[in-house]
Design a protein around this ligand. Structure first.
Ligand code: SF4
Length: 362
């Protein structure tokens, strides 16, 4: 393996400055924007993040206000983005920054990585894009571009390959110091932008538009279909689930999930990790002291997480009246209130279906 060529880096910088996308968190000069967008972009498409970022930034404009935001408000702003531990870590990190670092990010990789939710990539992004300090920030886009440019055929999921790529970029910064912090900011984003819009993950890369085509190994030998090579991931675990959508004429019963684990602290319809038939569903409602007037099975649905899939069936159950004491950790919410409660998209799917059906019936 060689090293990054200065001429290619200059071409990449020039290409970036002429072709970069206009993104709401780009070039704002605010490290909070760099951090927030990087966390939101993990596992999520840029197009989907734009609206969330703007809304979040409007309501929670800086580190201090984030440190003071309560859990429910935070989860509501995050609702639909998934991977909710990211939101909780954001707040925890903000609290730590305010309490221990005067409300600003430290400028040291090791210190950054002690903060909740910050790994090597985000630390690299805060240093290079936020502070203009030369430091590799290697995400999936950068891995792909570098693997193709250098013809790296080993498993891109391996730590060795990640380390190699980080070293190649850091060596470049060391051997060819950039003249100003603006160039560092641009270069760090340029690697990612090239992967996002030219050396794309699905389909053929647009090598003709690429500033690296002259020296790129994959372009030379046409191996972009096999590089990057990825070993296969574990198969997802399938979890059967039943939702009981218990309601009267306008209020729904919601249950607050445990404060730890998947979708912690968010609200759901009562759910079971197994498939119940109608009789079992009705008998469960009876155990809660609820009299079911009507039960309807709703169309099945699937929700996919990284390591598991929920295969869900659901029953809408109209009940005559609520008991004076609701089941533990449960609340009642009418349709309007449902909009302002943090409900994960796996469950919100069913609320959206109600909205559709109710409109049809009007
Ligand atoms: S030349 Fe083609 S394969 Fe090589 S980095 Fe550019 S887009 Fe990717």
């Amino acid at each position: 393996m060689d090293s990054l060529k200065k001429a290619d880096i200059e071409r990449l910088l020039g290409w970036y400055r002429n072709n970069k996308r206009d993104l709401p968190w780009r070039d704002t000069g605010d490290i909070y924007d760099v951090w927030l967008s990087e966390i939101m972009l993990q596992q999520t498409r840029v197009e989907a993040v734009k609206a969330y970022f703007k809304r979040f930034k409007k309501e929670v404009p800086d580190i201090r206000s984030l440190s003071e935001t309560d859990d429910d408000a935070l989860l509501r702003l995050w609702e639909g983005l998934g991977y909710y531990s990211r939101a909780r870590n954001l707040r925890k990190c903000a609290v730590k920054l305010v309490e221990e670092y005067g409300g600003a990010f430290p400028k040291d990789e090791k210190e950054l990585m002690k903060l909740p939710g910050i790994g090597p990539y985000t630390a690299g992004a805060i240093l290079s894009i936020g502070y203009g300090i030369p430091h590799a920030a290697v995400d999936g886009n950068v891995m792909r571009v570098m693997a193709r440019y250098f013809g790296i055929s080993e498993d891109i999921r391996s730590q060795d390959v990640k380390d190699k790529i980080v070293t190649l970029i850091n060596d470049f910064y060391r051997d060819h110091p950039l003249s100003d912090s603006e160039s560092v900011r641009d270069l760090s984003q340029a690697f990612m932008e090239l992967g996002a819009i030219v050396c794309v993950p699905n389909g053929a890369p647009d090598c003709e538009a690429c500033p690296w085509k002259e020296n790129c190994i994959c372009h030379r030998d046409g191996s972009y279909e096999t590089i990057p090579y990825r070993s296969s991931l574990r198969e997802r675990k399938i979890v059967k689930k039943t939702l009981l959508i218990l309601r009267d004429h306008d209020r729904f019963l919601l249950h607050k999930r445990d404060s730890k684990g998947l979708l912690a602290g968010m609200y759901e319809f009562l759910s079971f990790d197994e498939w119940l038939d109608r009789d079992e569903a009705v008998s469960y409602a009876k155990k809660l002291g609820l009299d079911v007037l009507r039960i309807t099975r709703i169309e099945d649905s699937r929700h996919i997480f990284t390591h598991l899939e929920w295969h869900m069936r659901a029953y809408e159950m109209i009940i005559s009246e609520w008991q004076e004491t609701l089941p533990e950790d449960c609340i009642l919410a009418n349709r309007e209130e449902l909009e302002n409660i943090a409900i994960p998209s796996a469950f919100r799917t069913y609320i959206d279906r109600y909205a559709l059906r109710e409109r049809k019936e009007e």
